[in-house]
Design a protein around this ligand. Structure first.
Ligand code: 5RP
Length: 230
């Protein structure tokens, strides 16, 4: 997705931000445009407080002077703005390409409203083109992976479930100290049913299916930004 489209969707979401708001601040390259634009507004006098969804976002926000708090200090948020790897017309999402899905979901769930910023290449009819990230405990990794594969078998989903690796060749470790399995299952016709089954596996900390969390999306394309709302 081009930087112009990322910026356009981020700017559209920024229109929802008002002084006094408690914000959840997403992770990823699109969310980064939001953080930069937000920081400019803050420098101009906008009075907000933000909860970052990753160490990466926290570092950028701090560097740019965006005031931050924690969910423990501010457990209820007004608005979360975050990117997504994939979304459908019902605003079901796949997230976790940036390995931040656990904090992203906790923050989104603590928010009165979550809005997604994305370009139109991420809008799909049925989720699943993007491999589904599943955050798991390092303890019992292989047993958890097998349980995940069993769920896939029960739902006739075929494809590899692979451990995400870091650049140095070791397993990628999330901000929460967990690993990520990427499930290459293709189309997920019953994302909600799959979400329930994955959540029930001991060892699965969280999965990247965000169902019923996003209330709107700002989807940028060549002819402008359109809002999808549910
Ligand atoms: C991180 C995420 C991101 O929101 C998602 O990966 C989109 O990132 P980008 O805006 O860079 O495409 O879920 O865990």
């Amino acid at each position: 997705m081009s930087d112009e489209l990322k910026r356009a969707s981020a700017m559209a979401a920024l229109e929802e931000v008002r002084s006094g708001m408690r914000l959840g601040i997403g992770t990823g390259s699109t969310a980064e445009f939001f953080v930069r634009a937000l920081a400019e507004k803050v420098a101009g006098g906008l009075d907000i407080i933000g909860v970052p969804t990753s160490e990466r976002t926290a570092a950028l926000a701090r560097e740019l002077g965006v005031p931050l708090t924690t969910l423990d200090e501010t457990p209820e948020l007004d608005l979360t703005v975050d990117g997504a790897d994939e979304l459908d017309a019902r605003l079901q999402l796949i997230k976790g390409g940036g390995a931040a899905l656990l904090r992203e979901k906790i923050v989104a769930a603590a928010s009165r409203r979550m809005v997604v910023i994305a370009d139109d290449s991420k809008l799909v009819e049925t989720l699943g083109r993007f491999p589904l990230p599943i955050e798991v405990m390092p303890f019992g990794l292989e047993a958890t992976r097998r349980a995940v594969v069993k769920v896939a078998d029960a739902l006739s989903l075929k494809g590899e479930v692979v451990l995400r690796m870091a650049a140095d060749g070791s397993p990628l470790v999330t901000d929460g100290g967990h690993y990520i399995l990427d499930a290459h299952w293709g189309r997920l016709p019953d994302a909600s049913g799959l979400a329930d089954r994955l959540a029930a596996i001991p060892g699965v900390v969280e999965h990247g299916l965000f169902i019923g969390l996003a209330k709107a999306a700002y989807v940028a394309g060549p002819s402008g930004v359109r809002q999808i709302a549910v």
